[in-house]
Design a binder for this molecule. Structure first.
Ligand code: GLU
Length: 544
């Protein structure tokens, strides 16, 4: 086709497209960022489901943009009309809000580089496609599904590369007349690029995480516009990231094999490609094999799991930070007063292979996170959790605010703060005994030996709420001595036959009888919260 025919074809295919790429580009000027300021984007497809991998992607975009004083924007990749899910976008917005990783610009805020929905950018893509047609770099392809399937079958049989390329690209050189005829007959078509690639060539992806990766050059006449007039992911990605002036595309490494296509599209369009950082997926050990976390098999992959379990968003982000940079965890443990935003995240410290989802690590991070919060903060935040998942307990907490805060304050501000709480759910589990309303229903501990009941009876007589911690302990020591219990474990060990038990046994029984638990925060503080009257009542409870 000569130049004139190509012009005719371009107008025939896109009669409504009047703008030129140059005119569009004027609306997307250079962002004039300083050296090093990154422009990143989170580009979710609205599937109606948000998983931990999605969150990790958004968090990475956020971290690298914000830490470099750059821009983090969101773009909704909704060109797959068949997969349209109502409210999916609300879920994306709500998730980013809940996790406090809000974009600088995008569909939920404002911005000069929109529209931020790909479905609203149809004319932009078509302007570039029309231009490629005009330049003879793309063509309409009328091949049917059946024809494509047949080609594929043959290629599989002969173990050739799959796709439309070389002599398989039969519509590449259709004449203007042939195309006109097909259009008259209302034949469906897609637009493909005319790939200039050579099967013997290789290209290199300079990946910011994985280093240089050599890949075969693209030889396929890739589809850039589908039958519905919307672009494919590959084409939309290249156009949008160019126009929106993205400096780094951070995305899952499942896109690495597509990189040669993206590089070639950039070249055909005359764009300078942005940088790429491909991150490894979250994985898990299953039956001895390592596999990707799956939506179907792993509840912990879905973000709703964290919400239901009462794992705070900030703790989930800290957990992700340990996955993102291998040296983060140590830093976090050593810097109790700093926020993760103070940590210098780097692509170089990102794992290049799959990252194992480690429940133990998540748990530890959560415990450390809670141990650094103020009692009031835990109280307020857990009210929000229980408002959603257990209103009755929320009301109980509100009615007993002072008591709850006192309980949460125990062993909180010292050098080694307590770590018994990993989730909001744990709060009920760990503290239910401080509520009379729950203690008598839930507590099943009844096996107190007779000799211990005796000692407990004696103890309640001498217990005084006004005693200091030392006085309190001294009293138990005296009690031990007077009743033939060893004053220390060491003493008991040296001469166990001559004692009924040791001071620890007495404390344990006091703890059991008053809380029903084997382990609690500092017993002295717990008893003060309960008060002498309630202690008495509980000890009576066991006698029956
Ligand atoms: N919409 C793509 C996806 O959800 C985004 C990939 C990318 O970040 O470029 O997989």
């Amino acid at each position: 086709m000569n130049k004139e025919e190509r012009e005719i074809l371009a107008d025939l295919l896109f009669p409504n497209i009047k703008e030129t790429p140059e005119e569009i580009e004027k609306r997307y000027p250079n962002r004039n960022r300083k050296e090093g300021e990154k422009v990143t984007r989170y580009a979710p497809s609205p599937t109606g489901f948000m998983h931990l991998g999605n969150l990790e992607g958004a968090f990475l975009d956020y971290l690298f943009a914000v830490q470099s004083n750059g821009i983090f924007y969101v773009r909704i990749e909704d060109t797959d009309q068949e997969r349209f899910v109502e409210q999916a976008e609300d879920l994306i917005e709500q998730t980013l809000k809940n996790y406090n990783i809000m974009p600088t610009e995008g569909p939920f805020t404002e911005g000069n580089y929109g529209p931020y929905h790909q479905s609203s950018r149809k004319e932009i893509y078509q302007t570039y496609i029309k231009d490629l047609i005009r330049k003879g770099l793309a063509y309409p392809c009328f091949m049917t599904k059946e024809e494509l399937a047949e080609i594929r079958e043959g290629q599989e049989l002969r173990k050739e590369s799959l796709g439309v390329y070389g002599h398989y690209a039969v519509d590449r050189d259709l004449s203007l007349e042939e195309i006109e005829k097909n259009l008259e007959q209302k034949k469906n078509y897609v637009i493909r690029i005319k790939s200039p690639g050579n099967i013997n060539n290789q290209i290199v992806l300079h990946d910011l995480i994985k280093g240089d990766i050599t890949l075969p050059e693209n030889i396929i006449d890739e589809v850039i516009m589908k039958q519905d007039g919307l672009p494919t992911y590959h084409f939309a990605h290249v156009i949008d990231d160019y126009l929106m002036r993205t400096t780094i595309v951070i995305r899952g490494d499942e896109w690495i094999p597509s990189y040669p296509k993206h590089l070639q599209l950039n070249q055909l369009l005359g764009f300078k490609p942005c940088k790429y950082a491909h991150h490894a997926p979250l994985t898990k050990k299953d039956d001895g094999h390592i596999r990707k976390l799956s939506k179907r098999k792993d509840p912990e992959f879905s973000l709703s799991y964290y919400d239901e379990e009462g794992i705070p968003e900030e703790a989930v982000k800290l957990f992700l930070a340990t996955i993102i940079n291998t040296n983060f965890e140590e830093w976090y443990l050593q810097n109790p007063d700093k926020s993760y935003m103070d940590f210098p995240f780097s692509f170089k410290k990102m794992p290049t292979g799959g990252t194992l989802f480690d429940t133990e690590k998540l748990n530890n991070i959560c415990r450390t996170y809670f141990s650094r919060l103020k009692a009031e903060e835990i109280y307020e935040n857990s009210l929000k959790y229980y408002e959603k998942y257990d209103k009755e307990f929320k009301n109980l907490m509100e009615r007993n605010k002072e008591k709850v805060i006192k309980f949460l304050e125990i062993e909180r501000n010292g050098k080694r703060p307590r770590k018994d709480i990993a989730t909001y759910k744990d709060i009920k589990k760990e503290m239910s005994y401080i509520f009379e309303e729950l203690f008598y229903n839930e507590n099943t501990y009844k096996e107190i030996e007779k000799q211990d009941i005796e000692i407990l009876n004696k103890y309640i007589e001498i217990y005084d709420e006004k005693d200091t911690n030392d006085e309190w302990y001294q009293k138990i020591q005296n009690l031990a001595e007077e009743n033939n219990y060893a004053k220390s474990v060491k003493e008991y060990k040296n001469n166990s036959n001559s004692y009924k038990g040791h001071i620890g046994t007495i404390c344990e029984e006091i703890r059991h009888a008053t809380t029903g638990k084997m382990q609690t925060p500092n017993l002295y503080d717990i008893l003060k919260i309960l008060g002498k009257e309630e202690m008495k009542k509980r000890m009576e409870f066991y006698k029956n």
